[in-house]
Design a protein around this ligand. Sequence first.
Ligand code: PLP
Length: 376
Amino acid sequence: MPVKYNAQMSASATPPIKLRPEIVALPPYRQGKVVEGGFKLSSNENPFPPLPGVLAAAQLASETMHRYPNGFAPELSGRLAERNGVEIEQIIVGAGSVALLAQLVIAAAGAGDEVIYSWRSFEAYPLLPPMSGAVSVQVPNRADHGHDLPAMAAAITDRTRAIIVCTPNNPTSTIVTKTEFADFMALVPSDLLVILDEAYTEFVTDPEAVKGSDVLGRYPNLVVLRTFSKAYGLAGLRIGYGIGPVSVIDAARSASIPLSVTLHAQLAALASLDVEDELLERVGRIAELRTKIWHGLIEQGWSVPEPQGNFVWLATGDFTNEAAAILVKNGIMARPFHPDGIRVSIGESESVDKLLTSTEEIVKNLSKKHVAEPIR
Ligand SMILES: Cc1ncc(COP(=O)(O)O)c(C=O)c1O
């Protein structure tokens, strides 16, 4: 006869289930919170709703919801290959670029191997190496909040299997320049995987920034990751892609969970490429708001690195929690990373004044320590 589960029994009578301690010890991934009636500026989402053509494409996919999708997303992969001037075999589509990051790390790094990345960076990075028993090597950001690429290259050991470079870096919104990247790649052995995470590349306006599309052909060990979640506004559908050498892309494919990219996501991504001009016009508007916010912050005395993603970085240090509380009180839900700072996404235009009023209040309330000396 089946034995019914009850919580007390699990707590006392049964021995603990044997799990991997390094996985159990991981903090859960935290999502951005929502304040009732406030602005959700905590997840770097696109504030614009999907364009009509994109909605219609997702609706069309609903008609065959009872069928599995083709998990290889052949039509979308073909389109992306064409756009990027590569072979279709060099494209991998995943359920968000974070899934592809995980697949690449699993494919490259096993037990005891090392994965290098800058820190602070995307909060999902520390969760990835332990999946395959590998370990993180975090190299602190420079004082201006950018990647310290020479230090990252110096951190390479015999056990290093992957290096993640994030540009623009989440959460500091700083870029890696073309020269910095070229100098870095000259120091990295050509059999060591480098992942260029370009989740926010469409928002970049600095001409000095490295672009994956320009350097892809140059390095046999480079994979570029992009997403439809940010500029293309499809965060809820979960779809991203990678471009790289066939051997690496094949290995990442082998490390995927089958059929995880839905047809809704594939058709919506294709439709969003059809209306790209309109989408990128919206990106331009977000970049304008970003400049307005940045200038406003500098005027208030904040030291903010020039933002190149759809978010700005407030280096509030030890005052992070107090500063975040002031933002929440004013209806701004941002993403605090105590004790480093707060990432604020660029959202609805109506949020801008509210944000700047709140940051002014923070300046008045807290020590000037973290808000002097603007970085230009
Ligand atoms: C730097 C960076 N990379 C990758 C991702 C993952 O994006 P997605 O899985 O939605 O494609 C994010 C999301 O916030 C990010 O900030």
